[in-house]
Structures are given as structure tokens and as C-alpha cells.
Design a protein around this ligand. Structure first.
Ligand SMILES: N[C@@H](CCC(=O)N[C@@H](CS)C(=O)NCC(=O)O)C(=O)O
Length: 213
């Protein structure tokens, strides 16, 4: 498949998972078009989007007639099919740690840091509703475990794992971009020096600036 074919990414700029894919495309310097889909429309998920993603989520992806959904599958395809920097380490242990961090972010951090803390503390104000304080309070212990594990597992190097950008950074950064806006982030990040320094560096990266919602 010629990589000159334009990628179409169906989703929305606010979405954490869409941003993960956009970061992968940006890091590969691949051309893409972001096609806006409103999965929270009052009339429900647009019917044509359900043909791309039967579970009604974003992102969905198309490249030269090849269709995919699920962020993990999409970013691995991008890494395999497009030239440019490799987004996964070759070393088996480093690769396993990248996959472990991605697993933690997918299974635990997204719900806790983004939905339970960021959406309740930050988005609620923007939408003119009261934050669900009980939901935030219940999320704090899980958020603390997520952050201490991410800090423990990360290397004290340029990126979360090693000296090159990997899926670990691409998954973590869009979640941190949300979570760090919440008032709770300051105290929860205390003592997590490696993670704090990583975020300060990665937030200023070109791919992050180009995908800012
Ligand atoms: N497992 C999916 C998760 C994607 C996902 O949850 N996307 C969110 C936006 S960041 C979404 O579509 N939410 C709509 C909903 O929950 O109905 C993936 O890896 O792509």
C-alpha cells in the first residue's frame, strides 16, 4: 500500500483516543484528514459512523480502502505501514514495558484520570453543571495508584521508556493533557518527579502543539 494515500481519521479533536492516533501520524509525518464525527449528538451516533465503528466510538481509520477501528490496532498499523521513526522499541523488555504502560493507561488511567477527575472537575464547569464530588473522591485512590505505577515504570530518560518516543508517550500525553488541568493533579503528582519532568518536556513537543484541541 503506497503510504502517499491520504489517511482519513474519523473522530473529534477533543477526543483522547483520536489524539493518540493523530500523535502517531504526526510523529511519522504522515498526511491525514480529520473528519469530524459527533458521537454525542442528540440524535445519537451518526448512522454512517456505525458502519465504520459498530460500537459507536471514535476514532475510526481509513487508508487506501483499508478500514480499522480500535486505537491499538490503528497505531500499530501506522507504525508498520508508514516510514519514519519507529514507535516501538526493538528490545523485548523495553517493548514489554511500553505495552504494560499502554495497558495501564487503557484499562485504569483513562477512566480515572479523564472521566472521573478531568470531566467532573473541568468539563462540568465549562458546561455549567456541578461537579460530582463523590465520583472525584472515589477516583482519587485509583488515580494515585495509576500515577505511582507510571512514575515507577518510567525510565529517567528523555521519554517514558528510553530515548525515543513510543506508544507509551503517545497514549499517556493526551490523558495527561486533560488530567493536569484538574485542581487535584497538583497534589496527586507530588513526589512523582520522573513523570512530572516527562510531562513538562512532552507537552512542549511539536506533535502535541499541532494536535492541541
Ligand atoms: N477502545 C477504544 C476506545 C475509544 C474511546 O473510548 N473513544 C471515546 C472518545 S476518547 C469515545 O468514542 N467515546 C464515546 C462514548 O463513550 O460513547 C479505542 O481504543 O479506540
Amino acid at each position: 500500500m503506497p503510504t502517499t494515500e491520504m489517511v482519513k481519521l474519523y473522530g473529534a479533536a477533543w477526543s483522547v483516543y483520536v489524539r493518540i492516533v493523530r500523535l502517531a501520524l504526526e510523529e511519522k509525518q504522515a498526511k491525514y484528514e480529520l473528519v469530524e464525527v459527533d458521537v454525542f449528538a442528540k440524535t445519537g451516533v451518526p448512522r454512517e459512523h456505525l458502519t465504520r465503528h459498530p460500537f459507536g466510538r471514535i476514532p475510526a481509520f481509513e487508508h487506501g480502502g483499508f478500514h480499522l477501528y480500535e486505537t491499538g490496532a490503528i497505531v500499530r498499523y501506522i507504525d508498520d505501514a508508514f516510514p519514519g521513526r519507529e514507535l516501538q522499541p526493538i528490545d523485548p523488555r523495553a517493548r514489554a514495558k511500553v505495552n504494560q504502560i499502554v495497558g495501564i493507561l487503557d484499562a485504569y488511567a483513562y477512566r480515572t484520570l479523564v472521566w472521573d477527575i478531568y470531566v467532573e472537575r473541568v468539563v462540568s464547569v465549562r458546561e455549567g453543571r456541578l461537579a460530582d464530588e463523590r465520583k472525584i473522591a472515589a477516583a482519587l485512590p485509583s488515580a494515585a495508584v495509576c500515577l505511582s505505577e507510571l512514575n515507577r515504570l518510567s525510565d529517567d530518560r528523555e521519554f517514558l521508556i528510553g530515548d525515543d518516543v513510543t506508544f507509551a508517550d503517545l497514549y499517556a500525553a493526551p490523558m495527561f493533557a486533560c488530567f493536569m488541568q484538574a485542581a487535584e493533579a497538583a497534589s496527586l503528582m507530588e513526589g512523582h518527579e520522573k513523570l512530572t519532568c516527562w510531562w513538562q518536556r512532552f507537552a512542549a513537543r511539536d506533535s502535541m502543539l499541532r494536535t492541541s484541541p
